[in-house]
Write a protein that binds this ligand. Sequence first.
Ligand code: HEC
Ligand code: HEC
Length: 512
Amino acid sequence: MKPLYLPLILTLLAGSATAQTDSPATVPSSTKEWTAAENADNPLYLKQSPGGRADDYQRSDYGLGPNFIDRLPPYPPGGKGVRTPFDIWRYGGKAGSSFTTPALPMPWDEWVSFHARQKPELMKDVRDYMASRFDFSGKSMGDHQMSGGRKAIMAGPVARLPEGVASFDAIAELSATEIRDRDLFPYKPLAHPLQTTAHMVFPDSWIKAHPEHARIDMDHDFPDAYLPEFPPPLFLTTHKELGDVSGGREITLGNYWDIFEGLLTPEQMEGVKELLRPSPTTWFNQTHHRVTLAPSAGVSCMDCHVNGHTNAAFELAPDTRPNQTRLRVDTPTMRGNYNMMQLSSKRSVRSMDHFSEIEEYFDGDPGMMQHIGPRGVQRSVTNRMGDFNAIIDFPPAPKLGPLGKLFADQATEQELRGEALFHGKASCSQCHYGPAFTDDYMHDLQVERFYKGRPEGPIKTFALRGIKDSPPYLHDGRCPTLHDAVEFFNIVLELKLSAQEREDLVAYMLCL
Ligand code: HEC
Ligand code: HEC
């Protein structure tokens, strides 16, 4: 470069920096509608064609219409770290920006002390809120254990009944409108306790083994008794004769070779290693944009899908904005994913290879990935991760035959009654069928008929094979036990099942 040009370039660079910092007032805000005349006068605004617009587009006969939107208040403002309402499902619409920045809203030391002050207050309120919604009394279902045989299955329903209501039957007798208008629905959505910062939250059992994942700003909000066993067993489709191959251990980078040498192909071995290798995420990384005290190596797939199952870590689904609209999503198991074409609750990812490639450690924000350390994995590698995923089996279901029917000579009367209901009066098998007990479609259960809030739209039918091992239930975990899931469907599908029939369905699902 000729020295002559250097000052000129520096001046130009400085000029553009000034233009950016001095002129935010002239950049249109996301909420203001700029008129065509203002746009024409604004040198910063991209010139656009006026386009077409129907002035009567908010007429109520277009879709849900303005009346529906009017019922929902706009989102309260909130930046990183700012507390959000626990009933975030009451709000709706557009807010803030789709884009975020890799900068903290304050210097690092302040960020740490801000959360040291806020976290105890926040967690006290979170626990009070959870206690107002659920009675985590700790009652288990007698001798029913999860597949590893080390953890009891909890009894329910644990959702609290609204004040003045005597029973779940009393709610199920009412119409959807009456339940909504009287605010009686026990299964409203669950929010992330800090929806603006959002991101991954690990359960206490995991944090005990992996203190590097403890967040400075919040903890998990479920008691461990209501979460899957840790570490969970791992079953392989290729080695059914071995049962659990994990030997009661959490599979780590340190022991995977000993566990799998002589069992896996070299491709699968490479895949499992990659599933165990941590990589940076939006909030777990080596920069100051983080929620751990020390810089973090990040997380690995199996930090949530531990041993190919789940530890019930939760996240927000990465698929919408603002952050406040993102649905809380509980980590699903990877068992039996070989039988599914529809992966994740709303994103409809169509293969495990693809999932390994795109898994949204950066919350759907490629800009953040650039700043914090990309997890760009080559396709040959993600294919191998998919190869390992493809041999993770469901747990054994000894009472279930090759046609997906209970063996009549092995099941109890109650389990057989539950099976008949599942395929009959309760219509569960309309969506839960086939080898994994899912139709592999998304369904809109239209749960917003029962509460005043934002519709969540279609959600994937989760598989019910091995379901006893995967509490809490539904995409956000709002049904802590199988009993709660049955109460949920009894109300939402307006089934009017008796208390005995609901127990029978639970007994049946324990066999799957
Ligand atoms: C923060 C914990 C966490 C980590 C780390 C994680 N996942 Fe997930 N995984 C989830 C959650 C939560 C969902 C549900 C997402 C949704 O519903 O949109 C999910 C869904 C999936 C699914 C779809 C399962 C189904 O039943 O629909 C697959 C496959 C998957 N993850 C694979 C991976 C792979 C591969 C990695 C590593 C690259 C990974 N996950 C890392 C939490 C995690
Ligand atoms: C119209 C289709 C449909 C019918 C009928 C149906 N389900 Fe589901 N099921 C779903 C969908 C969709 C989900 C996921 C909903 C969500 O996460 O918000 C689901 C989730 C579940 C879950 C939680 C799974 C998990 O991994 O968290 C259980 C348990 C369940 N259903 C049991 C039942 C039972 C029992 C019945 C019958 C009483 C039934 N379902 C009827 C579609 C259906």
